[in-house]
Every structure is written in structure tokens, then in C-alpha cells.
Design a protein around this ligand. Structure first.
Ligand SMILES: C[S@@+](CC[C@H](N)C(=O)[O-])C[C@H]1O[C@@H](n2cnc3c(N)ncnc32)[C@H](O)[C@@H]1O
Length: 246
């Protein structure tokens, strides 16, 4: 009798409206807690994403202006002054790691009739639009002599260029690009003693000293080799350069 009643109680508990009510109530409570948790987390993660995107945009804006910064322009002006006397007329120039190709802009504004072609090569596809805008004066027929290519410069074919100019060596993952340059080609390389792998400088293979830099890129003869000090109230850095024949 007792057993029978017990089993009856259990049976009526599981399927009773009261049990169903309690079951669904706790189910909806857990579900609403879950939704609240998702909402809270997505609110914080979207706020976090917003902060990250804003930071990234600030860095990108900074980087766009950075290619026109004091140090960049002073260094490239120094490069133009030292290299131009050694370039033949109708020169064909290749610029691995060209970034926004401000160098092509400067070479061409200084000597509009000296060059047959200037090719900029950069592995980062996001820099091409700005590079093309900066060099637009020489990208529309009949003055179309600049081409900004998105490619890894370590796999580029350097045959047929009079000169190869690389101001970004400390950012390159290897020096394969240098090994691929034919002997007899004019080579101009700039680097600096900055050793900073952070978001702005992004230097992966620093050249801490001038000696370290020169040793990496042996040339058969040198037109120029030297250091330019870029100094500011708050510090500065040394810019290294070699120009010669590979
Ligand atoms: C940020 S700039 C720095 C410029 C340099 N410090 C200067 O003073 O002109 C370096 C550029 O090298 C490019 N770069 C790095 N590795 C490369 C590679 N293997 N091939 C082509 N471009 C490369 C990067 O995408 C970047 O646009």
C-alpha cells in the first residue's frame, strides 16, 4: 500500500502542471541569465573592440603622416642629394619596401626628366592607395612612369634595373632581396640605429650600429657611406646610408 502510494506520488510529480511550471520557470530563468550574460559580455567586448579599433585608427593615421615626418623627409632628401649624381639618364629604379613611395615623389619632383621608370614594391596591400595618390602625377599617361606593386620584395625579379633603393631593410624578414640583385647594379640602402619592435616603428631586424649595417650589405665599390644624426629636444637617432655598386 505504502509502495503503491509512493510510486503514485512520484508519477504525479513529474507530469503534474506544478512540476512543469517549476521546470519551465527555472529553464526560462537560466535562459534569461544566459542572455543577460551574453549581452553584458558583448557590451564589454564591443566597447573593447571600439577602443582597439580607435587605437588602430589612431596608429594608422599617425603612420600615414609619419611617412612625411621630419626624420623621414630629412633622410630621403639626404639620400636624393647623395645618390642623384651617380644615376644615369632615363634611369630605371626599383624601391623595395616603398611604403607610401614618398621617395619616388621626391626623386621626381627634384628631377622630373631623369627617370624612365620607378617601381615601388611593398608587401603590405594597405599602403598602395596612399602610395598611388602621392605618386599620381606620374601614374597617368603620358607621364605614367611610377608603378606601386603589392608584393614581397624578397621574391621580386630585379633584372634590368639601374638602381635598387631600400630604406626599409630593418623591417624585412630576410635579405633575400639583396642576394637577388645582379652584380653591377647601383644599390642605395638606408637604415637606422632604432631598435623598437612596437606598433609605430615595427622594426624586426634592427641594425644597432653602423658597422653591423655595413657588414650586412657588402658592395664591390662605394660611392658614399655615412651617418646622419636626426636630433630632437627629447632624443633622436642615427640614420645610416651606403651607396655603391653590388
Ligand atoms: C613602415 S616602412 C618604414 C620605412 C623606413 N624606415 C624608412 O625610413 O623609409 C617599412 C615598409 O617596409 C615594408 N616591408 C617589410 N617587409 C617587406 C618585404 N619583404 N617586401 C616588401 N615590403 C616590405 C612594410 O610593409 C612597410 O611598408
Amino acid at each position: 500500500m505504502f509502495r503503491h502510494v509512493t510510486s503514485k506520488v512520484i508519477h504525479s510529480n513529474i507530469f503534474s502542471p506544478g512540476f512543469k511550471y517549476l521546470f519551465f520557470k527555472s529553464y526560462f530563468y537560466a535562459f534569461s541569465q544566459f542572455i543577460a550574460e551574453v549581452y553584458t559580455r558583448s557590451y564589454y567586448s564591443s566597447s573593447l573592440l571600439k577602443i582597439l579599433f580607435t587605437q588602430k585608427r589612431k596608429i594608422n593615421n599617425y603612420m600615414e603622416l609619419e611617412s612625411f615626418s621630419h626624420g623621414q623627409i630629412q633622410s630621403k632628401q639626404w639620400l636624393c642629394e647623395q645618390l642623384e649624381p651617380y644615376l644615369p639618364n632615363a634611369a630605371t629604379i626599383c624601391v623595395p619596401g616603398s611604403w607610401h613611395n614618398v621617395l619616388a615623389f621626391m626623386l621626381l619632383t627634384r628631377n622630373p626628366n631623369k627617370y624612365r621608370s620607378i617601381v615601388g614594391i611593398d608587401v603590405d596591400p594597405s599602403v598602395k592607395t596612399l602610395a598611388d595618390n602621392i605618386c599620381q602625377a606620374w601614374m597617368i599617361s603620358p607621364t605614367a612612369i611610377v608603378n606601386n606593386v603589392t608584393q614581397n620584395a624578397n621574391s621580386f625579379n630585379y633584372d634590368g634595373y639601374n638602381a635598387v633603393i631600400n630604406c626599409s631593410v630593418e623591417h624585412f624578414e630576410s635579405d633575400e632581396w639583396f642576394r637577388k640583385i645582379n652584380p653591377g647594379t647601383i644599390v642605395c640602402i638606408q637604415s637606422s640605429n632604432v631598435d623598437d619592435s612596437g606598433d609605430i616603428w615595427k622594426i624586426s631586424r634592427p641594425n644597432k650600429t653602423y658597422g653591423e649595417f655595413v657588414e650586412k650589405y657588402p658592395l664591390t665599390s662605394y660611392y658614399f657611406s655615412g651617418t646622419k644624426e636626426i636630433t630632437y629636444d627629447t632624443g633622436g637617432y642615427s640614420r645610416f646610408m651606403i651607396i655603391g655598386i653590388k
